[in-house]
Design a binder for this molecule. Structure first.
Ligand SMILES: *Cc1c(COP(=O)(O)O)cnc(C)c1O
Length: 374
């Protein structure tokens, strides 16, 4: 029994220059937030996204906070966010003293439903944060035209979607500003880390000032505003640069893992699988299945059965409108699509080092458990 394998839901793959670059930081003693790797990583990441500016910071949550502050979000403002996302998307709005206003998901991509955004706009609304959930891009054209019509900003929370494409354009290059996370389970990692990207010169310099204690860019040690220490270390950037050098490999590996999942699970009457819309390149941060109504077992029960077989999974995000800090904000509103996904969705193991045999094993076990529930 104890020879059973354990398949984690996520794991980083550090098979490029990570080790060499980190040792270079140690040998040179450039281990803090000055050093060549921060600049190199920023430049390479801007190029990767097809944008002018990239500013590294210490995590993806902070990247969102920086973007919101640079756009001037403050108390009494409202920001539209999807209810189905990681909690950080809404928390960053809360840090600014503003209020997140939730929108339900679109049933196919599970992303914010553009058709439901306009109904949530009020005189206090300042902008929209879209989230490219689990690696599938948001349908950006309708979002951008709503934003232009109502004079709202658009932030792309691309924490889960490095390298994903919308109509041939990289995510992060479409909205006014975008944020990425490099947490250990993301598509590209620095351990902990984040990035803010934009084509807007003024927003970029604001972000740079805010992340470095508010220091005047033209007068060292003069602080005209209250800023933050949200910097990334050179050691983290060294890992990030090495990861980014192999970005296409990381993305292709995930797309291959997804292909194996599709091969094994397609046409299963108990499961709804992710999509890749014709205008999208999905980078499959988490290959996610949703249990259909004909599965009588609970989602959590099936997750426990998988865990007993050594297969680690995660529940799809609990929609934010159900969480204690946020459930009063949307009282009386309904979010049927996100509620269904949140109750019935399972993130399956998805990472670059998985082998075809791992996926076949996971799918064999999963199919037995969903069938056994008749
Ligand atoms: C991971 C994630 C974040 C936060 O990133 P951290 O680096 O963990 O702070 C924000 N938004 C989404 C959608 C995420 O998945």
């Amino acid at each position: 029994m104890n020879t059973k394998r354990f398949i984690p839901v996520a794991a980083p793959t550090l098979n490029g220059n990570e080790r060499a670059y980190v040792l270079d930081c140690l040998d040179s003693t450039w281990i803090s937030s000055n050093g060549k790797y921060v600049e190199q990583f920023e430049r390479a990441f801007a190029e990767f996204c097809g944008v002018k500016h990239a500013a590294a910071c210490c995590n993806g949550t902070v990247a969102l906070h920086l973007a919101l502050m640079a756009l001037g979000v403050g108390p009494k403002d409202e920001v539209i966010v999807p209810t189905l996302t990681f909690v950080a998307t809404a928390n960053a709005v809360t840090y600014c003293g503003a209020r997140p206003v939730f929108v339900d998901s679109e049933p196919e991509t599970w992303n914010i439903d553009p058709e439901q955004i306009e109904a949530k706009i009020t005189t206090r609304t300042k902008g929209i944060i879209v989230v490219h959930l689990y690696g599938h891009p948001v349908d950006m054209d309708p979002v951008m035209s709503i934003a232009r019509r109502h004079n709202l900003f658009v932030i792309e929370d691309a924490a889960e979607a490095h390298g994903a494409e919308y109509k041939g354009r990289k995510v992060g290059s479409i909205g006014d500003i975008a944020t990425f996370s490099f947490y250990g389970n993301k598509i590209i990692t620095t351990g902990e880390g984040g990035m803010v990207v934009t084509n807007d010169d003024a927003l970029a310099s604001k972000v740079r000032q805010l992340k470095g204690q508010g220091m005047d860019p033209n007068k060292r040690y003069w602080f005209p505003i209250v800023g933050y220490n949200y910097r990334m270390t050179n050691v983290a950037a060294a890992i990030g640069l090495a990861q980014l050098e192999r970005a296409e490999w990381h993305i292709e590996r995930r797309r291959e893992v997804a292909k194996w999942y599709y091969q094994a699970l397609k046409d299963n009457p108990s499961l709804t699988l992710p999509v890749e819309r014709e205008w999208a390149k999905n980078v499959y941060w988490m290959f996610t299945v949703v249990l259909n109504d004909n599965v009588r077992k609970s989602r959590d029960h099936i997750m426990q059965e998988l865990a007993a077989e050594g297969i680690e999974t995660r529940p799809v995000f609990y929609p934010l409108h159900t969480l204690p800090p946020y459930n009063r904000l949307s009282r009386g509103q309904r979010f049927p699509v996100a509620s269904h996904l949140g109750a019935r969705g399972i993130n399956l193991p998805t990472w670059a080092g998985l082998k075809k045999a791992d996926i076949e094993f996971i799918c064999k076990v999963l199919k037995e458990f969903v069938r056994g529930s008749g």
